[in-house]
Design a protein around this ligand. Structure first.
Ligand code: 13P
Length: 252
C-alpha cells in the first residue's frame, strides 16, 4: 500500500507569526501513522524557523520552488543545497502558477527534479491542463507530455520516490473540484505513463496526488479513488483545523 501524502501549499500567504502558530498548533496533532505523511509547503523566509519547530514530529516542511543550479549568479534564487542544509525534505516543482507566471518549463522542471534528488530532496512534481485544453480533449496528451518530460533521465529508484501532483488549472482556487472520477482517470493515466516510460515497479510505487479545491468536505471521496495517493491543497491548508481534518482523512 502506498503511503498517502497530504501537502498544504500555502503559496504566498501568512506572516511569520501566523506560520509559527500554525506549526505549533498542528505538529503534535498530525497522525503518526504509516498511512499518511503530512507536509507544509511554506514561503522561503519561514523555512528555517518552521523546520526547527517541527523537528522530531510527523510534520514535514517543504519549499514551494528552488533553482536547479548549486550556486552562482542567480539573484533572488534559492538552491537545492540551501534547502537541504536547513533540513527541508520536500520541494514543490513546476506548480502551474510558476509555469504560467514565472516561465517554468517542462525542461526546467526536469532539471530541478534531477537537482532535488542529487541533494536528497523529494520532489512534488506538478502537472495539469488548462480549461481550454480540457475542453478540447487534450488533457491526457498534455499531462502525459508533462510527466514524461519531468521524469526523463531519473533512475527507477528516483521515480519510485517521486510525488506527482495532478492539478487541473481550472480547479485551482476556483472552488470547482474535478469530480473524483475525472481526477482518478487522469491519475490512472499518469501511472500508466510512468509504467511505460520507466517500469511497472516505479508506477506501483510513485505517489500521485490530486490538487484543486480540495477541502475537508471532498477529500474522503477523492482519496477513496484507486490511483489518488494524497492531495496538494492550497486554500484549505491555511487554517490548522482544516489542515488537520485533511491529514486525518489521509490516515483512514
Ligand atoms: P486550492 O486548493 O486553493 O485550489 O489550490 C490548489 C493548489 O494549487 C495547490 O498547489
Amino acid at each position: 500500500m502506498r503511503t498517502k501524502v497530504i501537502a498544504g501549499n500555502w503559496k504566498m500567504n501568512k506572516l511569520l507569526g501566523e506560520a509559527v502558530e500554525f506549526v505549533e498548533d498542528t505538529k503534535s496533532k498530525v497522525p503518526s501513522s504509516e498511512k499518511v505523511e503530512s507536509v507544509v509547503c511554506a514561503p522561503f523566509p519561514y523555512l528555517p524557523t518552521l523546520v526547527e519547530k517541527a523537528k522530531g514530529t510527523d510534520l514535514a516542511i517543504a519549499a514551494q520552488n528552488m533553482h536547479f543550479e548549486e550556486s552562482g549568479a542567480f539573484t533572488g534564487e534559492v538552491s537545492p543545497s540551501m534547502l537541504k542544509d536547513i533540513g527541508v525534505t520536500y520541494v514543490v516543482l513546476g506548480h502551474s502558477e510558476r509555469r504560467e507566471m514565472f516561465a517554468e518549463t517542462d525542461e526546467t522542471v526536469n532539471k530541478k527534479a534531477h537537482a532535488a534528488f542529487a541533494h536528497g530532496l523529494i520532489p512534488i512534481i506538478c502537472v495539469g491542463e488548462t480549461l481550454e485544453e480540457r475542453e478540447s480533449n487534450e488533457t491526457m496528451n498534455i499531462v502525459e507530455k508533462q510527466v514524461k518530460a519531468a521524469i526523463e533521465g531519473l533512475s527507477e529508484e528516483q521515480v519510485r520516490a517521486s510525488i506527482i501532483a495532478y492539478e487541473p488549472i481550472w480547479a485551482i482556487g476556483t472552488g470547482k473540484t474535478a469530480t473524483s472520477e475525472q481526477a482518478n482517470e487522469v491519475c490512472t493515466h499518469i501511472r500508466k505513463v510512468v509504467a511505460q516510460t520507466q517500469s511497472e515497479t516505479a508506477a506501483e510505487a510513485v505517489r500521485i496526488q490530486y490538487g484543486g479545491s480540495v477541502k475537508p468536505a471532498n477529500v474522503d471521496e477523492l482519496l477513496s479513488q484507486s490511483d489518488i495517493d494524497g492531495a496538494l491543497v492550497g486554500g484549505a491548508s491555511l487554517e490548522a483545523d482544516s489542515f488537520l481534518q485533511l491529514v486525518e482523512a489521509g490516515a483512514k
